[in-house]
Each structure stands twice: as structure tokens, then as C-alpha cells.
Design a protein. Structure first.
Length: 207
């Protein structure tokens, strides 16, 4: 593929991501995507054929980025378990900061299109499988040594995801609660990330 073709393909994907986040899969229009990307509708069809193909390409790329930035941190060799957990939590939060509309979009898609549930489950299951197994083994050994509380790593992962994405999914609801703090999003996210790390690590700390 030539550099020009790669640039056009990337422009289509970036425009499509904005369209999907703003309007959902059903509301997104390939004609609007092509116009925003600065290409003809025929060219969009040439590169991707269908809206479904564009959607899957974007989803796969997001899963790849999350795997690289988040899951690798949990399994990073040479770091103590607690530090890897801290880094994984922080990386996940940063990933959501960079993709703030993604959690709500995924929830909406799964709720409105149940057939997507299996596709999401396959992708997430593939990424999490080996990491979850390894972390569970390490957490069990740490608990045996009396260093941490015994915990099901699946619940730990659910704690991380729930805390990290809630502020992004529910921002219109929580803005009245946090008041003017939400106006400075950079400060709000920095404080929220630190709070989430503290809450989750306190969960595994031996009492």
C-alpha cells in the first residue's frame, strides 16, 4: 500500500470513529464519513466495502492499543506485583482519557445490538485470558505469604474497569456532584486517577 493510500485509509478511520462515537453505529452514515475524510463515497467503499468492516477495523485497533498500553503493564517482568497493578490501573485510565467516548459507545452498542456481545466478549476474552491467569497465580501466592488479601482477579479487574470508566460514562450525572472541579477536566482526571489507584490497591492490601 502506498503512503497516499495509507493516509486516505487513516483519514477514513479517524472520521468514522468520530461519526460512530457521535451517532452510534446505526446512526453513522458512510456518506458523512467520506465527506469528513475528504474522499469520495466510492473510494471509501473501495477501501472498506461496508460500514461493518470500518467498525470492526476501529474496534480491533482500540483493542490492540489497550492491550499494548494496559495489559502489558500488568504482565511487565521485573516490577513487583503491586507496582504492576498500579501501572496497569493508571494506563487503563489514561487510555480512557484518550478515548473518552469509547466506553459509552461500547455499552450503548452492546445494549442496543445484543449480537455484538459475542464479538466484544471474544476480543476482550482473548486479550485478558493469559494475563488474568498469571495475575491470579501471583495474587494467590502473595495471599499465602500473608502479603495481600485473597481476591478473585476477575473481581479486581471489574473494580478497575468500573472505577475508571464511570466518570466518563456518567459525567453529565456527576457534574452537579463535583461542581466546578469538573470544569477543569485535566485536574479532575488527575485527581480521579489517583483516587482510583488508592481505592483499588487498598482493596488488596493486607488488613
Amino acid at each position: 500500500m502506498t503512503e497516499q493510500s495509507r493516509n486516505k485509509e487513516e483519514a477514513i478511520l479517524e472520521a468514522a470513529e468520530r461519526e460512530f462515537i457521535a451517532k452510534g453505529f446505526d446512526g453513522a452514515r458512510t456518506t458523512s464519513i467520506a465527506e469528513a475524510a475528504g474522499v469520495t463515497h466510492a473510494m471509501l467503499h473501495y477501501y472498506f466495502r461496508t460500514k461493518e468492516n470500518i467498525f470492526n477495523r476501529i474496534l480491533d485497533e482500540k483493542m490492540r492499543l489497550m492491550s499494548r498500553s494496559v495489559l502489558m503493564a500488568f504482565g511487565e517482568a521485573g516490577l513487583p506485583l503491586v507496582e504492576r497493578l498500579r501501572k496497569g490501573i493508571e494506563n487503563h485510565f489514561d487510555f480512557v482519557v484518550e478515548n473518552p467516548g469509547l466506553p459509552r459507545f461500547i455499552v450503548n452498542e452492546v445494549m442496543s445490538r445484543p449480537e455484538r456481545h459475542e464479538a466484544f466478549k471474544r476480543r476482550i476474552g482473548y486479550l485478558l485470558g493469559a494475563v488474568v491467569e498469571g495475575l491470579q497465580h501471583e495474587l494467590d501466592e502473595a495471599a499465602d505469604r500473608g502479603e495481600t488479601e485473597r481476591i478473585d482477579v476477575r473481581m479486581l479487574m471489574l473494580d478497575i474497569v468500573s472505577l475508571n470508566i464511570f466518570s466518563f460514562i456518567a459525567m453529565p450525572i456527576i457534574e452537579p456532584l463535583v461542581g466546578d472541579l469538573a470544569a477543569d477536566r485535566e485536574t479532575f482526571y488527575r485527581l480521579r486517577k489517583a483516587e482510583n489507584v488508592e481505592v483499588i490497591l487498598r482493596r488488596i492490601k493486607k488488613r
